[in-house]
Design a protein around this ligand. Structure first.
Ligand SMILES: Cc1ncc(COP(=O)(O)O)c(C=O)c1O
Length: 404
């Protein structure tokens, strides 16, 4: 099928929840993808932080092919070998946390919310259910995760939101302290806000939250659905701060492109759940967990996290050099390979101009160009992306000069 045929079918039959970029991607290898018309792109979006090792990493392909040929599905009523092995590897990487596997990020957060409430009830002997989250946060589209999300534009039309969530400004520990009430059971934040605009909190934020949660007996939930699995140059973004969460949520890059989410908890907190507390038909499915296991092992074995730290620093320094020459660039920010450029103007036309020149990126929070390339990206690919961006910025500058 060519692009026009896919577009027509989609328009007629798919519920229109996405503003689609006008291409159909049909093939991917490493940091490159190809569309239905044979055009090649350098992919600096990676399926929105999913493709940590790029597209179709051979280890992930091999694991999926092997598992699909052996056993595609098995209910959680029975033990699932790759699920147990994946949980063991995650325990090794997190210092002993236990895992529950879901199918997406929003589901991982739903489970985390339930666990925080249940644990809190056991701990305090009374029902506490309120969770403090942040403005501009993004935690998912199912109803509780949506209520946790601090962006009213996503709530509009779907009210009433489930109760039990309050929002405070991001990066502000005293604001969290002030919001704690009788019914508070947890604080839930992203170590860096992704969808909200690649927003980094001030130094000491996570350790301040950790201290506050310890003092008040609250559960600290870190949503690392976007920041986790090497994205910020450490396996988990919380490692930069030296503090550990009680509950950690993951998805996106965990499965190397196969859908999987997870919430992890310290053994103490995890102990609040027993048989029947939570479940999922597909969560932890053999194919998804075999893919995630191969993906995570390859990320560790190939030093992809260290590469993300090193090449991420190079990428940001190249962008800083570029930024100083264009007055519509407000700030270059990020950590590892989670990078944003805040503009003073809307970014969607620049995203489209980059695409036409063969570079895939996106724009979030209207004015933040977002870059989420594979963790194993090379400096040559970074140079190519920066060159495209330079051309696009020059064109915008020329147009601005011509139109006064
Ligand atoms: C920080 C964060 N949490 C949760 C989600 C929701 O994940 P999913 O789309 O897999 O449900 C996202 C997705 O962008 C995210 O960035």
């Amino acid at each position: 099928m060519d692009f026009e045929q896919v577009k027509a079918l989609d328009a007629e039959h798919v519920i229109g929840t996405y503003s689609r970029v006008p291409i159909v991607l049909v093939k991917g290898k490493g940091a490159r993808v190809w569309d239905s018309e044979g055009r090649e792109y350098l992919d600096f979006l990676g399926g929105l932080a999913v493709c940590g090792l790029g597209h179709c990493h051979p280890k992930v392909v091999e694991a999926v092919q092997k598992q699909v040929a052996e056993l595609i599905h098995c209910t959680n009523i029975y033990y699932i070998a790759p699920q147990a092995r994946l949980a063991a590897l995650l325990a090794e990487l997190t210092g002993g946390m236990k895992s529950f596997f879901a199918n997406s990020g929003t589901e991982a957060n739903e489970g985390a919310i339930k666990l925080a409430r249940k644990y809190s009830k056991n701990k305090h002997g009374e029902y506490k259910y309120e969770i403090i989250t942040c403005t501009n946060s993004f935690h998912g589209r199912t109803l509780a995760a949506l209520a946790a999300t601090g962006q009213t534009k996503h709530h509009r039309g779907f009210e009433p939101m489930p109760e039990g969530f309050v929002q405070v400004p991001y990066g502000d520990v005293p604001a969290v302290a002030e919001a704690i009430g009788e019914k508070t059971c947890a604080v839930m934040v992203e170590p860096i806000q992704g969808e909200g605009g690649v927003n980094l909190p001030p130094a000491g934020y996570l350790s301040g939250l950790r201290q506050l949660c310890d003092e008040k007996g609250l559960v600290l939930i870190l949503d690392e659905i976007q920041t986790g699995i090497g994205r910020t140059g450490r396996m988990f973004a919380y490692e930069h701060s030296g503090v550990k969460p009680d509950i950690l949520t993951l998805a996106k890059a965990l499965g190397g492109g196969i859908p999987i989410g997870a919430f992890l908890a310290t053994p103490e907190v995890a102990g609040a759940f027993g048989p029947g507390s939570h479940g999922s038909t597909f969560g932890g499915n053999p194919v998804a967990t075999a893919a995630a296991l191969a993906n995570l092992q390859a990320i560790v074995d190939e030093g992809a996290v260290e590469n993300a730290a090193r090449v991420g620093a190079y990428f940001r320094s190249q962008l800083q050099g570029l930024a100083s020459r264009f007055d519509f660039v407000r700030e270059v920010r990020g950590q590892g390979l989670m990078v944003g450029i805040e503009l003073s103007i809307e970014g969607k036309d620049m995203v489209e101009a980059c695409r036409r020149k063969g570079l895939l990126i996106n724009c979030t929070a209207e004015k933040v160009l977002r870059f989420l390339p594979p963790l194993n990206i090379s400096t040559e690919d970074v140079d190519e992306a920066v060159a495209v961006l330079r051309e696009v910025f020059e064109e915008v500058k020329a147009t601005q000069a011509a139109t006064g």
